[in-house]
Write a protein that binds this ligand. Structure first.
Ligand code: HEM
Length: 394
């Protein structure tokens, strides 16, 4: 049991120390105060061990997903409905089941060559004689084009989608207008697209969701289709983009690992798992439905709890030498894709994208390193990743 009097009360989840160096902060908290607390931005609890994070993620009786945003939603502002991520059981099961077939290993395999051709096209556009920003010029555009084409959205709107995802997931809690502006625009965009598809169905995910039914035979409401499309777009962009960027940053700063993956490309999928473990981008939130506790810390009904899945992946109780990044780590059942019923529905797709992105980058640029005097800044907190990775090729 934790000692409630030993709670750290001033963690700033959006401050520089946390955003730039979350793994170090988790390490300190794990030894001093494994369930920390923040009084800022509406407040909330921050468990940092696998045991405590998973106990909340599995406990859907006490902890709801109705507000999964790390930044607080001000009172009086309606919460976004984006099934299944904002749904609790039993509805969650139905909402998730409808989407699963479109992200199965087989469905994802069908996207592999499309993904590869997008990666090649992005690499063709890069001028290697100058400094290349691997995050901005490469990582940023791959996931949005893949998920955009799966949902059935025009490629020319990708820049808009990316900007909305950035506004929603990367803004500071103070930037409430930016966040709600992004959400409003994306919802309006989908409302129009969904109405168009009702009139003229196509062979895309929007039309398939419109044709889907719940177990009781009811069709999905437009609000449900809209919320799910919103979720897929937002969940599919920033997460994978952050991972591709952190993977390339790692290789740009660890020449031995880079040379090994160039020589042994069959190791790329194993390395990608290790990078997911070590640089896990995603933190989610839950809301306590009734008074309860986490490891002895009293949690009141309505309190937020943050689930930094990356902290589970750095927990020495779960991983040997968790701060060592071992690209051929054999035992690696990591939690980057979450824990429990909300475990990432797009994990097959994300893994495929990460592998293809690295394969194609290393084929094109086997020799690269971080540009001199680079000051890489990480962004976060809901989705954490290096926002700029300046690289010199050759
Ligand atoms: C590296 C990339 C990714 C990471 C690290 C990641 C991580 C996560 C995590 C941690 C969750 C759990 C949320 C929770 O517990 O509240 C989640 C859920 C989800 N992810 Fe991902 N994700 C990634 C990519 C994707 C992609 C490409 C898609 C597809 C569009 C996607 C779609 C979803 C959906 C729909 C859920 C909600 C599942 C549910 O509520 O049952 N994700 N993801």
């Amino acid at each position: 049991m934790g000692d409630p009097s030993n709670v750290e009360r001033d963690i700033d989840l959006f401050g520089d120390e946390y955003v730039q160096g979350a793994p170090e902060v988790w390490k300190r908290l794990r030894s001093e105060c494994p369930v920390a607390h923040t009084s800022r931005d509406g407040g909330g609890w921050l468990p940092t061990t696998y045991t405590d994070i998973s106990s909340v993620a599995y406990d859907t009786d006490h902890f709801s997903s109705r507000d999964v945003g790390v930044a607080a939603t001000p009172d009086g502002v309606g919460l976004l409905v984006a099934p299944p991520i904002t749904s609790d059981p039993p509805f969650h099961t139905d909402a998730r089941r409808i989407l699963l077939p479109y992200f199965s290993p087989k469905a994802v395999e069908e996207m592999r060559e499309v993904t590869r051709s997008i990666a090649v096209e992005l690499l063709d556009a890069i001028d290697p004689s100058d400094t290349v920003d691997a995050a901005e010029e490469y990582a940023r555009y791959l996931p949005v084009r893949v998920i955009g084409s799966m949902i059935g959205l025009p490629e020319e709107d990708c820049e808009l989608f990316t900007q909305w995802a950035v506004d929603i997931l990367q803004s500071h809690p103070d930037e409430f207008d930016r966040r709600t502006g992004g959400t409003k625009e994306i919802l309006e965009y989908f409302a129009t697209t969904i109405a168009d598809r009702r009139r003229a169905p196509r062979d895309d995910l929007i039309s398939k969701l419109q044709a889907a039914t719940l177990p009781n035979g009811d069709p999905l409401t437009d609000k449900h289709v809209l919320g799910s499309c919103f979720l897929l777009l937002v969940a599919g962009i920033d997460t994978t983009w952050s991972s591709i960027a952190s993977n390339l940053l790692h290789l740009a700063t660890h020449g031995d690992d880079r040379r090994r993956l160039v020589a042994e490309p069959e190791l790329i999928p194993t390395a990608v798992e290790e990078f997911l473990r070590a640089y896990s981008p995603v933190t989610m939130a839950r809301v306590a439905d009734e008074d309860t506790e986490i490891a002895g810390c009293p949690v009141m009904a309505g309190d937020k709890v943050f689930l930094p899945f990356g902290a589970s992946n750095r927990d020495p109780e779960m991983f040997q030498d968790p701060d060592e990044i071992v690209i051929d780590r054999q035992e690696n059942r990591h939690f980057a894709f979450g824990i429990g019923i909300h475990r990432c529905l797009g994990s097959n797709l994300a893994r495929m994208e990460l592998v293809v992105a690295m394969e194609e980058w290393l084929k094109r640029f086997p020799d690269f390193s971080l540009a001199e005097d680079s000051d890489v800044q990480w962004g976060g907190t809901q989705v954490r990743g290096p926002r700029s990775v300046p690289i010199r090729v050759g």
